[in-house]
Design a protein around this ligand. Structure first.
Ligand code: SAH
Ligand code: SF4
Ligand code: F3S
Length: 433
């Protein structure tokens, strides 16, 4: 009998994209994947709850997809991931979806879909890491892959829903991570990104994150290694030492600051101060003067004063970030901030602060890129540039996008590119033959 067809749509962070590959693998006996939702027998939406607008976008898309049921009576639609965990049975009662599965319930999907004995599983686990499952890499460029090394989060930043939607932190078996990366290298992948909400607290038996990085970096000098995300409170000198010792560990650290003000940081329960954060930045610069640093910033958190907001701007200036993800605070039910604080920065003011942060970052990114003009970088080619078939794009170790003329080069190659120009978002250059 022909397999049924599965269409997966993924929202949210890289961990969700990695999870969708695990779900595809778990369902591969019964379903083959399709990229066309109209021919699907099963549609799964892997969802994100981090901010209200992330959820609204999914609910809007869900209405569109539900209308496909008019043409296809046997079509089943499921919500999986963080919204499934947060909204649970209400998705069945209110949105009329067929299946609801939280992030630790994916192994039960074949049974849920097979005999219809139950259609919701949102039980969180303290041990599930899916470490024995080989992800189906259905949506990659064949060059770069995500590898999940841990799940969950124990940090309970007061604004954040992740510890509730993903459950307790747990690290994946080291050997299975190494085996997966080796396999990827053997299949021709040139880059792996190790994923966790706070990779610096990775611990499996006696192995810590620096040890894991070292082991992955030693698989092949041609396999680049990246990671995300680092919590500033746990960024150790030992990791910086390992990073600086291996040319194939990319010189780029995502170190979310969230705010530059100590009072706000304390209310956010981030467990570090501005001074501690700047000390970690200094350590990065000491070990790796060429390392790119990026951040996440939240504008307009509860009680944030104008002066406190300005401290965020001054922190950004002081660090000179290469890149930033910037958000306005969105209150999430059930979090400590929702229970104990008031979402009292007016919406208009939040938007104004966010715009100020974005404008500053635009300048910082441009300044950083301008400093690269005249330098030469090793670039891993990822594909054709969006603008022109005659141009290729790739990234340098610092994770900056570089565009250059194609010549005889191809996806997956490493090339030396001399930088001749830039915008705030992109470097332009010429390949040195
Ligand atoms: N584990 C990562 C972050 C994961 S969530 C870390 O701790 O760095 C990605 C980003 O979303 C966060 O860094 C934060 O900037 C933002 N974010 C999380 N909750 C938010 C909320 N309630 N409102 C606005 N932004 C939020
Ligand atoms: Fe959320 Fe904080 Fe955990 Fe990051 S470390 S996922 S921001 S609770
Ligand atoms: Fe979103 Fe869940 Fe990731 S809330 S950011 S998909 S862990």
């Amino acid at each position: 009998m022909d397999k049924q067809k599965l269409y997966i749509e993924t929202y949210g962070c890289q961990m969700n994209f990695a999870d969708s590959e695990i779900v595809a693998s778990i369902l591969s006996q019964e379903y083959s994947l399709t990229s066309n939702e109209k021919e699907a027998d099963l549609i799964l939406i892997n969802t994100c709850s981090i901010r209200d607008n992330a959820e609204q976008r999914v609910l809007h898309r869900l209405t569109e997809l539900m209308s496909l049921k008019k043409q296809h009576k046997n079509l089943r639609i499921g919500i999986i991931g963080c919204m499934a965990e947060r909204l649970k049975g209400s998705l069945i009662d209110n949105e009329k979806v067929d299946i609801v599965a939280g992030p630790d319930a994916y192994r039960s999907l074949p049974q849920m879909l097979g005999d219809n004995t139950y259609n919701i599983n949102v039980i969180l686990s303290e041990t599930e890491t899916y470490d024995d499952i080989s992800p189906v890499r259905y949506d990659t460029n064949g060059i770069s892959a995500f590898v999940s090394i841990m799940r969950g989060c124990n940090n309970f930043c007061s604004y954040c829903v992740v510890p509730y939607t993903r459950g307790r932190e747990r690290s994946r078996n080291l050997q299975t991570i190494i085996d997966e990366c080796r396999q990827l290298a053997a299949e021709g992948y040139k880059e792996v990104t190790l994923l966790g909400q706070n990779v610096n607290s990775y611990r499996y038996e006696n192995y810590t994150f620096p040890k894991l990085m070292q082991a992955v970096a030693e698989i092949s000098p041609l396999l680049r290694v990246r990671f995300a995300t680092s919590h500033p409170k746990d960024l150790s000198d030992e990791l910086l030492e390992v990073m600086s010792a291996y040319p194939n560990i990319c010189k780029s650290i995502h170190l979310p600051a969230q705010s530059g003000n100590n009072n706000v940081l304390e209310h956010m329960n981030r467990k570090y101060t501005r001074e501690w954060y700047l000390n970690r930045i200094a350590a990065i610069r000491r070990y790796m003067p060429d390392c790119a640093i990026s951040t996440d910033i939240i504008a307009g958190f509860c009680d944030e004063s104008l002066k406190e907001h300005q401290d965020t701007l001054s922190l950004m200036q002081e660090v000179g970030y290469e890149y930033a993800f910037m958000f306005k605070y969105s209150m999430r039910e059930g979090t400590a901030a929702h229970r104990h604080m008031v979402d009292n920065v007016p919406e208009k003011e939040k938007i104004r602060r966010l715009e100020e942060i974005i404008a500053l970052q635009q300048n910082l990114s441009l300044q950083s890129n301008q400093k690269d003009i005249g330098k030469t970088f090793e670039v891993l080619i990822e594909g054709c540039s969006k603008r022109s078939q005659d141009q290729l794009f790739g990234r340098n170790s610092q994770n900056k996008v570089v565009i250059f003329n194609k010549g005889t080069h191809q996806k997956g190659e490493y090339v030396q590119v001399h930088i001749t120009g830039c915008s705030a978002a992109t470097l332009f250059g010429e390949v040195k033959e």
